[in-house]
Design a protein around this ligand. Sequence first.
Ligand SMILES: Cc1cc2nc3c(=O)[nH]c(=O)nc-3n(C[C@H](O)[C@H](O)[C@H](O)COP(=O)(O)OP(=O)(O)OC[C@H]3O[C@@H](n4cnc5c(N)ncnc54)[C@H](O)[C@@H]3O)c2cc1C
Length: 299
Amino acid sequence: MADIAETLAQELPGVTRDVPLAPHCAYRIGGPADYLYVARTSAELVRAATLAAELDLPLTVLGQATNVLVGDAGVRGLVVLARNAETALDGEVLTAGAGALLPAVVTDLAQQGLAGLEFAGNIPGSIGGAVVGNAGAYGRAVGDALIDVQVIGGGQADTLVPADLRLGYRSSAFKQDLRAVVVTARFALVGGAPGALLDEIARDAELRHRKHPFEYGSCGSFFKNPASDLPAARLIEDAGLKGLTVGRAQVSVDHANFIVALPGAAAADIRALADEVARVVFERSGIRLEREVTLLGFD
Ligand SMILES: Cc1cc2nc3c(=O)[nH]c(=O)nc-3n(C[C@H](O)[C@H](O)[C@H](O)COP(=O)(O)OP(=O)(O)OC[C@H]3O[C@@H](n4cnc5c(N)ncnc54)[C@H](O)[C@@H]3O)c2cc1C
């Protein structure tokens, strides 16, 4: 372990050890990473991913951690925060670093009269996280505009197109068996009117502020909707679970598909409540809710 620590310190300047992940997560919950590295450029992200492969060290790359629940015992190996936020436009083609913030990118595109991702203007998180989860809203998803993704997997660089990524509703090959890091992604945009695009983003923000419980930590919707006309929130609400509390975790009283962290919540509370919600919904409706949020460090 001492060798690994030394090598990491030499090769990844600034890497830190036994660092709590809670401050980096939307849930504000989570135990320590064995090693934490902040990759500020794509070259740094590639270097970290390559080194982890060389050292056979478990690697977890996070964007803004708005779709992960980190366990109380933390995450083993190297955790990398992707902060490579560079973007470039070539006509109507956007290239964005995995660490670029989705809302900032989309707002900037709208101001420049470029449409195609405006539905995602208020989805918190990074470009990399959005590709991995095929983030979306209003029946649209970032994968609809994706041209290709530059990845590094097992130390090898590659370019993957949507057909390689098995994109689906809040899912992709990255969430299944593809062990690769998103370094940059390219999106195809179309011309649009800046005013109309910015209005659409503002209307969505206003709607979210009315519906979402922003006062507590959460990852947004905890479960996937079983079907487009069958929201998980309705199933949870119909099962009488709004407000249900386990430890310091609560089914939000404002939005039944948000499992919020009340002050002092542990990851184990959130997980236990989510399991209980899924159990009761299945008992009442026969429908198995599938988590949208990724659990890290629970094994
Ligand atoms: C208030 C709120 C509202 C939300 N609303 C929506 C919504 O409307 N629609 C929606 O789809 N989602 C929504 N979300 C969920 C979340 O914002 C999205 O899933 C977002 O795309 C996650 O991005 P992230 O950077 O935070 O990813 P993270 O949470 O950091 O990571 C998610 C997963 O992707 C992996 N990952 C991240 N970056 C990389 C990379 N560069 N390479 C390889 N793997 C990577 C992580 O290891 C993890 O498994 C909401 C969340 C909140 C808190």
